[in-house]
Design a protein around this ligand. Structure first.
Ligand SMILES: C[S@@+](CC[C@H](N)C(=O)[O-])C[C@H]1O[C@@H](n2cnc3c(N)ncnc32)[C@H](O)[C@@H]1O
Length: 190
């Protein structure tokens, strides 16, 4: 099913997390016993399928995307994988509009994998949503090695680089960068 979801993602021109990142997400969901997960950027549902495999069966994944067509593909992927409908809550809309409506400290894991220019806002919201011990995961945090290249000073690179710097200096979290895929930045909420 993951393969079919990945094919759909590619047909839609919507990059999905690489398998190494997916495996890490699954482990994180299991390790945090993640009953409540938020994903910013549903895409065609590839990362969501990995997360759901690590989550307990009575957990629920809330996933947000502004592209209804992407979410339709994700819904098909979930159905094909036999995911019970109550295990997912698929919310269409801009993450900046939806995230403020979610409850403080009520989530075990938040994955941010959407438009990088929105990352500062989404990360800020994620830290509010996470319970102590909960984990934030930011996909694409190395931006194809541009973040590590000091000569790259374009807006996108600067914004993503600043997200990493901010999390490193934020007393509320314990951060770690995994080189998997395009860089997976993790931060455990204290
Ligand atoms: C990289 S894909 C998500 C992939 C998914 N997490 C996965 O690995 O299977 C990014 C998603 O963010 C959404 N997106 C892109 N720009 C956006 C924006 N400005 N506001 C909201 N969503 C956006 C796209 O519709 C797309 O589905």
């Amino acid at each position: 099913m993951l393969l079919r979801a990945r094919e759909r993602a590619s047909e839609l021109g919507c990059p999905a997390v690489l398998p190494g990142v997916g495996a890490v997400l699954r482990v994180l969901a299991a390790a945090t016993n993640a009953h409540a997960v938020v994903e910013v950027g549903t895409g065609a549902g590839v990362a969501a399928l990995w997360l759901l495999r690590g989550m307990p069966l009575d957990g629920q994944l809330t996933t947000i995307d502004r592209e209804v067509e992407h979410q339709r593909a994700a819904r098909a992927a979930f159905a094909e994988d036999g995911v019970a409908p109550q295990r997912t809550r698929i919310i269409p809309g801009r993450p900046g509009d939806v995230l403020p409506r979610l409850a403080d400290g009520a989530y075990d894991l938040v994955l941010v994998a959407s438009d990088p220019l929105g990352y500062p806002e989404y990360v800020d919201e994620a830290l509010r949503l996470l319970r102590p011990g909960g984990v934030l995961a930011v996909d694409g945090a190395l931006l194809r090695d541009r973040v590590a290249d000091p000569a790259r000073r374009d807006e996108l690179t600067t914004v993503v680089r600043e997200v990493g710097r901010t999390l490193r200096n934020d007393e509320r979290v314990l951060p770690a960068m995994l080189p998997s895929g395009d860089g997976l930045l993790l931060a455990v909420r204290r």
